[in-house]
Write a protein that binds this ligand. Structure first.
Ligand SMILES: O=P(O)(O)OC[C@H]1O[C@H](OP(=O)(O)OP(=O)(O)O)[C@H](O)[C@@H]1O
Ligand code: HPA
Ligand SMILES: [Mg+2]
Length: 181
């Protein structure tokens, strides 16, 4: 079973779902009087699981869009260069963007994407990240809605992968060392 590969559970399914509801409530409150369209932009693939839960906790007429960005290759450390493999479908000029990410680690991916979005002249951009690893930051990123701060450990589950697996775990944990061997 997949659980056999996990050394420690960091956040249970219940803890994650409670946090998602809290973030959804906060976003709903903050945008309830917005005049312009609201676009929820998910950064695939890591944000996929968090995204689909979070949008259902937002009680407003939001639109969906996705980007595919990748900086990690298949391992556990960033390559430092961000590739956009799929761009936004919509013109976001004059729209409110809520960028939804699973984790801000070194900040490489998001600092690049936030600059990219700003060039497209949205009405506003806010970032909602489930996890943040502040001790690893090399590029500064302001997180408007942050679920949890986490220490410098490689996490899997709830969208986060190791070599493309473990994304479908409903909780977040750390792998046993022998899994990397
Ligand atoms: O702050 P950083 O150091 O840039 O790391 C965070 C990014 O790395 C992971 O994505 P990855 O590039 O591995 O692709 P994935 O979302 O498909 O897993 C994660 O989903 C974030 O997007
Ligand atoms: O801790 C992590 N786990 C999985 N993917 C990641 N991408 C950046 N940090 C992480
Ligand atoms: Mg990602």
């Amino acid at each position: 079973m997949m659980k056999d590969d996990i050394a420690k559970v960091y956040f249970t399914e219940e803890e994650l779902q409670a946090k998602v509801r809290e973030l959804g409530r906060q976003i709903t409150e903050d945008y309830k009087d917005a005049k312009e369209d609201i676009y929820c932009v998910g950064i695939l693939k890591g944000a996929s699981v968090f995204y689909t839960d979070l949008v259902r906790a937002i009680d407003l007429p939001v639109r969906f869009d996705f980007m595919i960005a990748s900086s990690y290759g298949s391992g556990t450390s960033t390559t430092g260069s961000v590739k956009i493999l799929k761009d936004l479908d919509y013109d976001i000029e004059g729209k409110h963007l809520i960028v939804i990410e699973d984790i801000i680690d070194s900040g490489t991916t998001m600092s690049y994407l936030l600059k990219y979005f700003e060039h497209r002249k949205p009405a506003s951009v806010k970032l909602c990240a489930l996890l943040s690893k502040p001790s690893r930051r090399t590029a500064e990123v302001a997180i408007d809605y942050c679920g949890f701060e986490v220490p410098d450990e490689f996490l899997v589950g709830y969208g986060l992968d190791y070599a493309e697996i473990y994304r479908n775990l409903p909780y977040i944990g750390v792998l046993k060392p022998e899994v990397y061997a």
